[in-house]
Design a protein around this ligand. Sequence first.
Ligand code: HEM
Length: 438
Amino acid sequence: MEVIEVVGGAAVRATNILTPPAEQRICTEAATLLPVGTGDRMGMATAGNEPLEIALNPMPGRHLHDHLRALRDEHGPIAPVHFYGMPSYVILDYDELRAFFTAQEEFPGGEVYKHQLESTIGPTFISMDGSEHDVYRQLVTPAFRSRATTRFVDSQLTPLAHQMLDGIVSAGEGDLVTGFADRLPFWAISRKLGLPDGYEDRQRGWAHALLSELSDPEGAKVASAELTELIAPVIADRRSNPGDDVISQLVANDYNGRRLTDAEVLSHVRLLFAVGATTTSDALSNLLWTLLNRPELLRRLREEPDSRPSAVRELLRWEPPVPLLPRMALNGGVIAGVEVPPMSIVLGGIASANRDPGRFADPDTFDIDRPDTDVLTFGFGSKFCPGSHLAKLQLLAALEVVLDRLPELQLLDDEPVPEPSGCNLRSVSSLRCKWTAS
Ligand code: HEM
């Protein structure tokens, strides 16, 4: 279902930047209804003379990248598109996008999240800007610093990944998305936050529902209430019995004499749970898809463990799970010489910037040996993703465990393999594989 929000007098078909599964299904159907100029089902730079609707189009595999390249060829660093029916813009070049992410005063990042997340998740630093954002970010993010994150991955995440594969390894075949990539990051963030075990089957549904406030407000409300029931007693407990988890740190952290209230801890736990797990799960599905479609590279990664971190880095450049990140240009402004009117949606074309030929040589090739790995997958500037270290370590740990536990891993020959798809969150829905059973 599509929801129309009225923001500052302008009718905006507001939406999730992180598309929930139900909406992705609608996307798939909508793709067949979109006007196309070329006969290609996914369309190219323009559909006739109309800018192409970008949000409702899943653009699987190379379609998204071809489309963004064609837009750049036709329009330069910024191009007109439609985003949920709204005339919008997409920034396509690396330098322009980096400058846009840095221009927080002119194009504040919090606005879109206010409409997208706040009534379910509550006020959190993702929907704040300026000094308020900075104070709350200082209160929340120390829990994701590098040493604690490495300790967590070694002591908890890797054993969890083994435990998850224990359940499927003897079968000799299975679905590595539904059986692994769609599960591990949800377990992991729950453990990292300090939530109790026993809710593994519901975690993914809760996280996606929390991000679906605009398309399914009722579902979001239910998920939020169920999760709150789980979190509230943990907050109370950690105030007197601190542990080595994020909730303990959130209740104890002090920044210039400022501490989080219980309500603020609660909303930030909801936020971290939802945005941390969905993105990482999608990246993991894209990573496994990419490697399984390159058996020689998979073999190299088995033989050269030192090259595995480069494979993770290259995946994050080549097929980022958040390919287009919406911002609202509240007061308008000039981007790459183009006058953008007030209240416009401007999409940060992360997938396009990461393949900007002015920045990356031979950008469409998946090359784990490329020297420049400075990508925009996690944003840039004051809103740079605080979970990037956890995400990268998690992807690497998951890859290590897959290579370790599943010898002779390959795609099942008789199954058509779905490609990464989606323009808001991009992922693979299923990956049926076989391996040597042990
Ligand atoms: C591969 C996985 C991930 C990707 C691709 C990703 C991507 C991003 C991007 C692009 C931003 C910038 C948003 C903006 O500028 O508006 C961001 C911010 C954020 N991410 Fe991530 N993320 C990932 C994993 C995580 C994890 C694991 C966590 C939590 C533990 C997390 C928590 C956040 C938060 C709280 C923000 C808001 C930062 C702020 O407002 O200052 N992310 N992420």
